[in-house]
Write a protein that binds this ligand. Structure first.
Ligand code: FMN
Length: 213
């Protein structure tokens, strides 16, 4: 093992990644941008849940990130498999990859499902009718159907519902709030990759370290 004194940050590593606290700051910045910038690759992470003894992955939209609490919010349909899975096992992992900056972030945490509570209501209020429309589907997501169909009521197949019409989707809407407790960061470079790990306790950075990639 190389002792810390023998180890020097390689020349090719960008200045912003020369210490773990700068790396951590860059992760926070990218997550915040992933919320506000629809074109940022962190806008659509993959979230994993555990279904019995099998992992399940799916793409979602990053709706909010609270850096003070280290919490991620996503919206979902309460009838989906991921919600049933989280009720039985709240262990979650998010995967983000930005091919422009060659950075992968894996954020592990514990998820809480908010359904017909203050958090769900607050997020529903700021959801636009176009986003609310997917909560108007008439068959539970994942159920077998005889023909390919969105299962949206005929009236909303090609048009966005009005705000009032979209209200009935609230019964299917939920918010998944994930409290991050670990982050694994990887930066790819042709001269060699670098990797760091962060442990988070109660929303605060508790421990950081470099890892062999
Ligand atoms: C780009 C993209 C964004 C998506 N965003 C969401 C989302 O924010 N929330 C969600 O529940 N599903 C979203 N989905 C659909 C999920 O990937 C998934 O198909 C669905 O939620 C059912 O997953 P489950 O049965 O594993 O729960 C998105 C899919 C894509 C391709």
């Amino acid at each position: 093992m190389i002792s810390k004194s023998e180890y020097e940050i390689p020349q090719y590593i960008p200045e912003i990644y020369s210490n773990t606290s700068q790396v951590f700051d860059s992760i926070i910045k990218a997550l915040a941008e992933g919320v506000t910038n629809r074109r940022h690759p962190f806008h659509t992470p993959v979230i994993s849940t555990i279904n019995g003894d099998k992992p399940e992955l799916r793409t979602v939209v990053l709706r909010d990130f609270n850096k003070d609490l280290m919490e991620i919010l996503i919206h979902s349909d309460y009838r989906t498999g991921k919600v049933s899975q989280l009720k039985l096992n709240p262990n979650t992992s998010f995967l983000f990859y930005d091919s422009n900056s060659a950075v992968q972030v894996r954020a592990r945490g514990i998820s809480f499902v908010h359904y017909t509570d203050d958090t769900a209501f607050e997020r529903w209020q700021i959801s636009k009718p176009a986003s609310r429309r997917c909560y108007l589907t008439t068959v539970d997501p994942g159920e077998e159907i005889p023909v390919p169909d969105s299962t949206l009521p005929a009236d909303y197949k090609n048009i966005t519902p009005s705000l009032t019409e979209s209200e009935s989707g609230y019964k299917n809407f939920c918010v998944i709030r994930t409290v991050i407790n670990e982050i694994d960061w990887l930066y790819l470079h042709k001269s060699g990759n670098i990797r760091a790990a962060f442990k988070i306790k109660e929303g605060k950075l508790h421990h950081s370290s470099w890892l062999a990639p």
